[in-house]
Design a protein around this ligand. Structure first.
Ligand code: CA
Length: 276
């Protein structure tokens, strides 16, 4: 039994590595902060290529179904020998393949990557949800991503930041009734830096630039702008810890904007330094 377990564990690691080789670490698009996300560590997800079904329930081990119409497909796959197909019957609300209890950190960048394939249709190619939970197990406002329609296997990645109270997360791959079949394979999740660490790093860098360019008014002024932006981000993070869910949703958008601005300001500062 132990031997079998060990072998399975090894299999998982190899699958994760293969999935990462295929997907790379650079997000293609995202709702939050993709510009400031840096490559990070791979979060372990069991059976990410859906190859193992030892209990023979036609679902990948480690994952489970909610709704209806979800099962392993051995004829269509991106990696290995199988994928998961979701074709939802008309009397079901949705078909979900879910992966639960992923330990995650608050205020941290995450990049989720999935491979998917769909038949041509009039709306969407399925939806990916990343549900964040607080320590009491209550779901928080969650990011979700619509998968583009693609009749070839295609990779989508999204980067965003987790919320103040987030401790755990769940990945949901979903299709709806009335839509053609969708296939899914090779899921990976990468954890990047925390926003706090990024801001500390940025503050140190800017301090150094300020010190080494005392006579340059433009650089000095730009440094002040970066400080202002860092302060706004830190204040928002502080305020978020006491916000209600509806407020949080709005403030997360503001946070996204501030993080984008952060990247722009740092680029502008860099250009000024090149001119020096
Ligand atoms: Ca597979």
């Amino acid at each position: 039994m132990i031997k079998k377990r060990k072998l399975r564990k090894k299999g998982y690691i190899i699958l994760v590595c293969l999935a990462m080789l295929g997907s790379g670490l650079i997000p293609q698009r995202g709702i939050a902060g993709e510009e400031v996300a840096e490559k990070g560590r791979i979060i372990k997800i069991e059976n990410p290529g859906f190859e193992i079904d030892e209990d023979g329930d036609n679902l990948p081990d480690g994952w489970f179904m909610a709704g209806a119409g979800v099962g392993i497909d051995r004829a269509t796959f991106h990696s290995g020998k199988q994928s998961v197909k979701i074709l939802v019957p008309s009397d079901a609300p949705y078909g979900d393949l879910r992966y639960r209890n992923i330990p995650v950190k608050p205020y941290t960048f995450y990049t989720l990557t999935v491979w998917h394939k769909t038949l041509e249709r009039w709306r969407g190619g399925g939806t990916v949800f990343f549900i964040e939970y607080d320590e009491k197990g209550k779901p928080l406002p969650n990011p979700y991503f619509d998968v583009p329609v693609s009749s070839e296997w295609s990779k989508s990645s999204w980067t965003w930041t987790t919320m103040a109270a987030t401790v755990k997360a769940e990945i949901i791959l979903r299709n709806f009734p009335g839509q053609a079949a969708s296939w899914w394979d090779d899921v990976s999740l990468v954890e990047g830096d925390s926003i706090g660490d990024l801001m500390d790093k940025a503050r140190k860098e800017v301090k150094e630039i300020e010190k080494t360019n005392p006579g340059n008014e433009k650089i000095q002024a730009k440094c002040k702008e970066v400080y202002g932006n860092i302060e706004q981000i830190e204040q928002l993070l502080k305020a978020q810890s006491t916000m209600r869910i509806e407020e949080l949703k709005e403030s997360q958008k503001t946070l996204d904007d501030l993080l984008k601005q952060h990247k722009e300001l740092k680029n502008e500062l860099e250009s000024l330094l090149i001119l020096e």
